[in-house]
Design a protein around this ligand. Structure first.
Ligand code: SF4
Ligand code: SF4
Ligand code: SF4
Length: 248
């Protein structure tokens, strides 16, 4: 008999949408939970235990008490997973780092002291064993990864870009409709959920492997699309930080 994985899930600065993704797939949830010994996961159980092997970390880090809690979890967990785009890259929360935070706090909460730090991704603070990107994560992908962990198999994310999944669905390319889509440079695995609904990819799953950002910029220029718009999209989830302001 395969031993159940002791799993715990912890939310930091986030919307908890990634944890919810795991609980809202009723058809497979009982089988999925059958593989797991849930030690701490507030969307699933009211039980709380401090011993676990796998810790799913959801959210980015934006306060000192979150730093302390994360370090404590890292000491306990054998496998620490950055769960979702906020944890992997900082996510939408990172937009805060570009705002005049002190002035805004003084305006919204006059006279109050609000403790807040610049937003950081999990790997800025602790060693991360596994990254599962997505805003939110794709529940089928999470289930597949957890099943692999239970079996002790290697866990791999797709290396290729979203365009591959998009083309497989015979979707009209949004570049043909005059839109900037980050599909050519973004890691697949979401089944091109946005572009199949005619919404451009915003890159929530981060860079695909071996991307050619210079060629992608050239494409945007050739199409006479707005480069500021492109930079805004690349910055949205903070997932393309190393590639931003890249010159073609
Ligand atoms: S990655 Fe998206 S869905 Fe997940 S917690 Fe962050 S904001 Fe919410
Ligand atoms: S719509 Fe986006 S993801 Fe789909 S083929 Fe075009 S660039 Fe690629
Ligand atoms: S299409 Fe792009 S933005 Fe949409 S879920 Fe997939 S990776 Fe994220």
């Amino acid at each position: 008999m395969v031993e159940k994985l002791k799993i715990a899930s912890f939310d930091f600065t986030c919307c908890e949408g990634c944890q919810l993704q795991l609980t809202n797939r009723e058809a497979t949830l009982p089988d999925f939970l059958g593989l797991l010994d849930v030690r701490n996961f507030r969307e699933i159980s009211s039980e709380r235990y401090d011993d676990y092997d796998i810790a799913l970390i959801e959210g980015s880090i934006s306060r000192q008490d979150e730093v302390d809690r994360l370090l404590k979890i890292r000491k306990q967990a054998k496998i620490l997973v950055a769960f979702g785009t906020c944890a992997c890259f900082g996510g939408v929360n990172s937009l805060k780092n570009k705002l005049p935070v002190k002035e805004l706090i003084d305006e919204v909460y006059p006279g109050m002291t609000i403790e807040t730090l610049p937003v950081r991704k999990i790997s800025d603070l602790v060693k991360v064993d596994l990254f599962i990107p997505g805003c939110p994560v794709d529940k089928r992908e999470v289930e597949r990864i957890v099943v692999n962990l239970v079996k002790g198999s290697q866990v791999k994310l797709p290396k290729y870009p979203v365009c591959v999944e998009c083309k497989a669905q015979l979707t009209t390319c949004l570049f043909e409709l005059g839109e900037i889509c980050l599909g050519p440079v973004t890691r697949a695995g979401c089944n091109a959920v946005c572009t199949s609904g005619k919404t451009p990819c915003l890159g929530c799953r981060g860079p695909a492997e071996e991307i050619n950002m210079a060629a992608f910029l050239e494409l945007v220029k050739e199409r006479r699309l707005n480069l500021d718009d492109l930079q805004e999209k690349l910055a949205f989830y903070n997932a393309f930080e190393p590639f931003q302001n890249h010159e073609a």
